[in-house]
Design a protein around this ligand. Structure first.
Ligand SMILES: [Fe+2]
Ligand SMILES: [Fe+2]
Length: 256
């Protein structure tokens, strides 16, 4: 499979290798106990209102689901990535928190939702008395998770890398909010074609693999790569940040 004579691994590898990262320079979490868990945020009426309003705003303008389902899933996957790779409890919890809150900026606008979301998260976490260093970690993760307006997210620490990997792996037909298949855009079609998705983290192999099952009668595999090239680049960089390689397996075939 190739585009303009280059293979998919070549295209993604070139795009991902723009600059070297220095994981050892990353900001560190606070030394004091974390006063909340993600479970507190799941019960928080302000958080719920922002996630639901953000999702409603995106449904109106024709985007895929970014509501409580996506928030919960990304939170779980982000935690799982760090747990599987042996990161401590605090970083796991910060990843879960960043995962849950990462799209609240959509309550303000899709544009720059990463940046506005980081600042909304700051207000919420301050309310719970979270230490500034930990708020900074969550803000850095949310602010660096990327958006759909030409800017790629770039991992700035392990929590940020876990969030990127979790967020970009959520491709599934249940995300399509448009009920009319005849009006599907390419994003809808590719998401609708994704029957299952699973992010497999193998600490022994130091590999992270996005395993997708795609109904190719709805969308050919190539459409997935055309639409999600930026996501792939972000995922490659995020996995690298965590000392892992990133792979994509679609319908049992390793394509990256
Ligand atoms: Fe987002
Ligand atoms: Fe997201």
């Amino acid at each position: 499979m190739s585009t303009n004579g280059e293979s998919i691994p070549e295209i993604i590898g070139e795009a991902a290798a723009v600059r070297a990262t220095k994981p050892e320079a990353a900001a560190r979490p606070a030394a004091v106990a974390l006063p909340i868990t993600v479970a507190d945020l799941e019960k928080d009426p302000e958080v719920r209102a922002y996630i639901e309003a953000g999702n409603a705003n995106l449904a109106v303008i024709g985007f895929t689901e970014h509501g409580l389902r996506h928030a919960n899933l990304v939170s779980h996957i982000a935690r799982n990535v760090l747990r599987r790779l042996g990161y401590d409890q605090r970083e796991q919890e910060l990843a879960a928190i960043a995962g849950y809150l990462h799209d609240i900026g959509n309550a303000i606008s899709r544009y720059d939702h990463s940046l506005t979301g980081a600042l909304l998260a700051r207000d919420i976490l301050r309310r719970y008395g979270v230490a500034p260093e930990d708020i900074a970690i969550v803000m850095g993760a949310i602010g660096s998770h990327g958006d759909d307006t030409q800017r790629l997210g770039e991992p700035v620490h392990a929590v940020s890398a876990a969030l990127i990997l979790a967020d970009k792996s959520d491709v599934h037909r249940s995300r399509v909010q448009n009920p009319d298949q005849s009006k599907f855009d390419q994003h809808d079609r590719v998401n609708y074609a994704a029957v299952s998705s699973f992010l497999r983290v193998d600490p022994g192999e130091k590999s992270i693999t996005l395993e997708l099952t795609i109904d190719t009668t709805i969308a050919p595999v190539m459409h997935y790569f055309e639409i999600f090239l930026p996501r792939m680049v972000m995922s490659v960089r995020a996995a690298e940040f965590l000392g892992c390689t990133f792979h994509i397996n679609i319908n049992g075939v390793e394509l990256l």
